[in-house]
Design a binder for this molecule. Structure first.
Ligand SMILES: Nc1ncnc2c1ncn2[C@@H]1O[C@H](COP(=O)(O)OP(=O)(O)OP(=O)(O)O)[C@@H](O)[C@H]1O
Length: 207
């Protein structure tokens, strides 16, 4: 399977944010997207996730599972916010996402307790999400990536608010996902330590 971005451009309000971005990612490949604040990294991820229509170009899958045409159907999207309800417990939040997303063909998610263990927080899954520290909340958002199997991970600033050990843990989750033939696109200001990742540097407004 390949994730194809072909001649993508995107507009926000009056401004063309980027123009003619193309790349292809095969199974097991990662793309790290860098660039200054406002360069369009989040916009690109939202286009890949199908949350924003591109102004031009297209996003598609090549040799994907039958019946799936757009990468959004096979993607986890982790935005700046964690997409968890503060009032629900961690376990309730993860259960929701596991059921809502379901598994894509070719893999299966792991149990909630196991996923919470994998991000080092098994002892607090009974707490409301809103009680967790910023770093713990981000760790739980990482657990969402492994409770339901999705071959494509679209990650916006995934390691913001993470401490060093969570950083390493996250790099391990990504490496395991790539080893299994997953595809990862991550926008970041920090080095993520993905060995062999492709890179895309965004520069900002196109006038
Ligand atoms: N809904 C919107 N309407 C108009 N302009 C927008 C909208 N959303 C974003 N923008 C503008 O689009 C540009 C790109 O924003 P984007 O969030 O993609 O950048 P980024 O590279 O992810 O930045 P950061 O590193 O700060 O997260 C910015 O100038 C931003 O102000």
């Amino acid at each position: 399977m390949r994730l194809m971005a072909e001649g993508l451009s995107a507009r926000r309000g009056e401004d063309l944010i980027f123009n003619d971005i193309s790349f292809a990612l095969a199974a097991g490949e990662a793309l790290v997207v860098t660039g200054p604040n406002g360069a369009g990294k989040s916009t690109l991820l939202r286009v890949l996730a199908g949350l924003l229509e591109p102004e031009g170009g297209r996003v598609r899958l090549e040799d994907g599972p039958s019946g799936f045409e757009h990468p959004r159907e096979l993607s986890h999207y982790l935005g700046h916010r964690n997409a968890m309800k503060r009032e629900l417990t961690v376990e309730e939040n993860l259960t929701f996402w596991q059921r809502f997303l379901g598994d894509s063909p070719g893999g299966s998610g792991i149990g909630l307790v196991e996923a919470a263990e994998a991000v080092g927080l098994a002892d607090i899954i009974h707490l409301p999400f809103g009680y967790l520290s910023a770093g713990q909340q981000r760790r739980m958002a990482m657990a969402k990536l492994i409770v339901a199997f999705r071959p494509i991970w679209l990650l916006d600033e995934p390691t913001a608010a993470l401490d060093l050990s969570a950083d390493r843990l996250f790099a391990g989750l990504v490496a395991a996902h790539l080893d299994r033939g997953g595809i990862v696109v991550a926008a970041t200001h920090q080095p993520l330590g993905f060995a062999g990742a492709k890179s895309l540097e965004m520069t900002g407004f196109v006038h």
